[in-house]
Design a protein around this ligand. Structure first.
Ligand code: SF4
Ligand code: SF4
Length: 300
C-alpha cells in the first residue's frame, strides 16, 4: 500500500472506523449521473468508504421488544452525528497535509432539490449518493438480496460514510466472496413486504456483477418509521387524526432519526441468519433471535 493511502487508512482506524476501502472514481462509470460522486465533488479521483459497526445490543433490545432508545441513539444519532463528523474530518485533515482537497460526505438523505447552477450539472446541488454502493465499490462487501451492504466481518451491522478526494489513492480490490446465501429471511420477515422475491436488479463494477431485489422504498419507509399501527408498539389509539404517537415524536426529536422497525427483516433476521450459519466473522455468545418474535396485540 502506498504511503498516503496507508496514512489515510490509519487515520480512519484511529478515529473509530472499523473498515476502510478506496475506490477509484472509474468504478462509478456505470452509476446514474444524478447519483454520481462527481455531482458532489466534480474533481473526485478517489472515493473513500468507511464503515462503523452498530452495537449489537441495540438490535437485541428491539428484537426482545424491550428498548428502542439504544438503537435510535447509538446506531443513528451517535454514529451519524458524533462519530462520523469526527472520523471524516480526521481523514480529510490527513489528506490536507498533502495538499489534497477532500469532502466529508455524511448521510445524504435528501434528493436534489435546488436548481442546476452549471450547464454540465446533471441535477441541482446537495444531492444523494448511495453510501451502500460506495461501500461495494470500495471493496468492503457486497449487496445482499435485501439491497443492504453485507460485509464479511459484520454482515448488515454497520453504517457507511465517505470522503471524496482529489488524491489518487491505492484502490482496494473488490470483494469477491459471497456473504448473502439467498436464504430470503429478509423477504419473509419484512412486515412491509418491501423486499421483492427475485434478485432482479443488477449492476456491474469493473466486470463484477452485483444484484439485489427491488425495494419498495415507500412501503419500507412507512413501517421503518413506525407509521403503521399494526407494527409499532407505541400507538395508543388516542393519537389525533394524522399524528404520530407522542413517543415516536419524542424519539425523533431526541435523536433526530426514527427507526421503529429496526430492520426486522433486512437487518435483524439477516444478521441472525449470518451469525448462526457462521457466514460472518463477528460472533456472540447468545443468538440475536432466541425465541418467538413479538407481535403488536391486534386489540390494543
Ligand atoms: S436475509 Fe438471507 S437472502 Fe436476505 S440479504 Fe441476508 S443472507 Fe441474503
Ligand atoms: S427496514 Fe423494515 S420495513 Fe424496511 S425493508 Fe427492512 S425490514 Fe422491511
Amino acid at each position: 500500500m502506498d504511503a498516503l493511502t496507508e496514512r489515510v487508512r490509519r487515520a480512519a482506524l484511529q478515529h473509530d472506523a472499523d473498515l476502510v476501502g478506496f475506490a477509484p472514481i472509474s468504478r462509478f462509470d456505470n452509476a446514474p449521473p444524478e447519483l454520481h460522486p462527481r455531482t458532489i465533488y466534480p474533481q473526485t479521483r478517489t472515493v473513500i468508504a468507511v464503515a462503523v459497526r452498530q452495537a449489537r445490543g441495540t438490535l437485541k433490545t428491539a428484537e426482545e421488544g424491550t428498548y428502542w432508545q439504544a438503537y435510535n441513539c447509538d446506531s443513528y444519532w451517535y454514529l451519524n452525528e458524533v462519530i462520523a463528523p469526527r472520523l471524516l474530518r480526521g481523514i480529510v485533515m490527513e489528506l490536507e497535509k498533502d495538499g489534497c482537497t477532500s469532502v466529508p460526505v455524511h448521510n445524504p438523505f435528501h434528493p436534489h432539490t435546488g436548481r442546476r447552477l452549471r450547464d454540465d450539472q446533471p441535477s441541482g446541488p446537495d444531492g444523494m449518493v448511495s453510501l451502500r454502493l460506495i461501500g461495494v465499490a470500495a471493496g468492503l462487501g457486497e449487496l445482499g438480496h435485501s439491497k443492504v451492504l453485507l460485509t464479511p466481518q459484520f454482515g448488515p451491522r454497520q453504517r457507511i460514510f465517505s470522503v471524496f478526494t482529489d488524491a489518487e489513492l491505492e484502490p482496494t480490490p473488490l470483494f469477491t466472496g459471497e456473504v448473502c446465501d439467498g436464504c430470503l429471511a429478509c423477504v419473509r420477515e419484512c412486515q412491509a413486504g418491501a423486499i421483492g422475491e427475485d434478485r432482479s436488479v443488477k449492476l456491474t463494477i469493473e466486470g463484477r456483477q452485483y444484484s439485489h431485489a427491488p425495494l419498495d422504498e415507500d412501503a419500507c419507509g412507512r413501517v421503518h418509521c413506525g407509521a403503521d399501527p399494526r407494527f409499532s408498539p407505541f400507538w395508543t389509539g388516542d393519537e389525533p387524526e394524522g399524528e404520530q404517537p407522542s413517543y415516536s415524536k419524542f424519539l425523533q426529536h431526541r435523536f433526530r432519526h426514527l427507526s421503529i422497525c429496526v430492520g426486522r427483516g433486512c437487518l435483524r433476521s439477516c444478521l441472525d441468519h449470518l451469525e448462526k450459519t457462521g457466514r460472518i466473522e463477528a460472533q456472540f455468545n447468545t443468538p440475536l433471535i432466541e425465541r418467538d418474535r413479538w407481535q403488536v396485540p391486534a386489540s390494543d
